[in-house]
Design a protein around this ligand. Structure first.
Ligand SMILES: [Zn+2]
Ligand SMILES: [Zn+2]
Length: 176
């Protein structure tokens, strides 16, 4: 009778490749690699980094919602806009500044009304690594994209709103 052991081991009691791959799969299931951490570490050959500094990277969204659709991603893994704290205010500002810079370099005025920026608000995010969406022009966005990236909805918040929320949080801190 074949035992379970024999399915995974050869005659020399060595682990068979199937067992090894099953083990790898279970490890991956426990801790899936974060795609944005991978891109930020420049370990994803298919992603072109448009801009980079010590704290962030900028690259194109894989599913562009309009002509220009960038993602500005901090190199440090931050789960979402909701998990930001008062100490992250500078990071939010740096993400926005980088977005403006990349737009300017592409000949787009960052102050143009057609520019939209924002963060997903949990649980309405697919990738659990904070990313700023930068979109231009808004008028070329399709019906669905206009809903997904609707400014200051329950699911998509502007950087200004995020910063205001963090300011309020810091005001709430008990004074001693
Ligand atoms: Zn990450
Ligand atoms: Zn997104």
């Amino acid at each position: 009778m074949r035992t379970l052991w024999s399915y995974f081991h050869n005659s020399e009691n060595r682990l068979l490749p199937t067992a090894t791959s099953l083990l790898n799969m279970s490890t991956a299931a426990v801790k899936p690699p974060c795609i944005f951490c991978t891109i930020a570490a420049k370990e994803d050959a298919t992603t072109e980094i448009l801009y980079e500094d010590e704290i962030l990277v900028a690259f194109r969204d894989i599913h562009p919602a309009t002509d220009r659709h960038l993602l500005i991603v901090p190199k440090r893994h931050i789960a979402s806009a909701k998990s930001l704290t008062v100490v992250d205010m500078a990071t939010v500002t740096q993400l926005v500044d980088a977005g403006r810079k990349v737009l300017s370099e592409a000949g787009v005025d960052p102050a143009d009304e057609e520019v939209r920026m924002g963060f997903h608000w949990p649980p309405f995010h697919l990738i659990h690594h904070l990313h700023l969406h930068v979109l231009y022009p808004v008028s070329k966005m399709g019906f669905l994209s206009r809903i997904v990236f609707r400014p200051d909805s329950w699911w998509f918040v502007s950087p200004e709103t995020v910063l205001q929320g963090l300011r309020n949080k810091s005001d709430e801190q008990p004074h001693q």
